[in-house]
Design a protein around this ligand. Structure first.
Ligand code: HEC
Ligand SMILES: [Cu+2]
Length: 337
């Protein structure tokens, strides 16, 4: 239910309760599932508390001042000396006392959550695109061993290194439940790391306005048991499955003959385009187009026919396939687990 509806039905109290419960969920910095996010949340709550107290104090003083002004005091209520002491206490000592502890703990938490990782930590390279995420897994020599898009798998309880960059505009990589934001800046590689303490599917979101479809530039981060992750990665390294039926083989022909292959790669076929997501194992992903719609055959068909309807302004053109071509193409793509 939307906030507006809740407000209409229950008034302010219901709306406030809803906002508080919004702290939970798969895209909330206040529902940490990893050590870095835990520290960030631990700093956030006292900051909110102290900031609320200071706001209330200031508003109360303001109310007192406004109220007293009506009383038409002929003489000044305080001596010059008293006023000066008040300015020193309220204008210098109080703000410093309220902010210095936060500055220090923010600095120290920043160092902890960005501490260097061991050299052999699993490394994932993520490149921000308009408006999706290109993902490569690197081996210890730094060579790319597997490529995917919009869905990142990691093993739990293991610190993972992320190399972040962009070849277009500035994006920001953010998985609120696990770690703070890190910008992806053209021409440089930024580093971040995260450890998931609990298995789960967390939603990541671009956190730096990057054009029309910035809001639909999301991804899923799947944290799973190490064995499940190893199986997943071994599978992603494989080339695409060969068509198992004649219909699938025809679907592959459609893909290669339509313009799809100019922009998309399917490893193991001649399709080696680089402007769109790698589709080698597209059927293994949970969502399409930057976590915009679930990866079901209906959405896939809708996406291929008219991607501009689902995500207006994105860089994939509509296609003009006959219904028969579309059906076989869908059958083939669905087989690419
Ligand atoms: C001009 C380049 C271009 C062409 C041609 C093109 N695509 Fe795309 N495709 C893209 C881009 C870019 C995206 C990512 C859009 C986004 O999420 O913002 C995409 C996304 C997709 C996705 C979702 C992938 C994912 O990881 O979520 C599928 C599936 C797809 N395209 C299939 C096709 C098929 C099938 C064809 C041929 C009929 C085709 N594309 C033609 C550029 C292209
Ligand atoms: Cu972005």
């Amino acid at each position: 239910m939307s906030l507006k509806k809740v407000y209409r039905k229950t008034g302010w109290l219901g709306a406030v309760v809803l906002l508080l419960t919004a702290c939970e969920g798969s895209q909330s910095a206040l529902d940490p599932a990893g050590s870095a996010a835990e520290l960030i949340a631990r700093l956030w709550w006292p900051t909110l508390f102290v900031a609320t107290l200071v706001t209330l104090l200031v508003l109360t003083l303001l109310a007192v001042a406004v109220f007293r002004a009506h009383k038409k005091h002929a003489e000044l209520p305080l001596s010059v000396r008293q006023s000066r002491n008040l300015v020193i206490a309220g204008g210098i000592i109080l703000p410093l006392a309220a902010t210095i502890p936060f500055a220090l703990s923010s600095f120290s938490i920043g160092r902890t959550i960005h501490a260097p990782l061991p050299d052999d930590a699993l490394t994932v390279e993520v490149i921000g695109k308009q408006w999706w995420w290109e993902v490569h897994y690197l081996d210890e020599a730094g060579d790319r061993i597997a490529t995917t898009a919009n869905e990142i798998h990691i093993p739990v309880d293991e610190p993972i290194r992320f190399l972040l960059s962009s070849d277009n505009v500035i994006h920001s990589f953010w998985v609120p439940n696990l770690q703070g934001k890190t910008d992806m800046i053209p021409g440089r590689t930024n580093l971040t790391s995260m450890t998931a303490d609990e298995p789960g599917v967390y939603r990541g979101q671009c956190a730096e306005y990057c054009g029309t479809q910035h809001a639909l530039m999301a991804f899923l981060l799947v944290a799973e048991a190490p064995e499940a992750f190893d199986d997943w990665l071994a599978h992603q390294r494989q080339p695409a499955r060969e068509p198992a039926t004649d219909a699938q083989a025809r679907g592959r022909e459609v893909f290669l003959e339509a313009e799809c292959a100019d922009c998309h790669t399917i490893r193991g076929t001649p399709a080696d385009g680089e402007d769109g997501p790698d589709l080698t194992h597209i059927a293994s992903r949970q969502t399409l187009a930057g976590a915009t719609v679930p990866n079901r055959i209906g959405h896939l068909g809708g996406w291929i026919t008219d991607p501009q309807h689902i995500k207006p302004g994105n860089k994939m053109p509509p296609s003009e396939l006959s219904p028969e071509e579309l059906q076989t193409l869908l059958g083939y793509l669905e087989s690419l687990e």
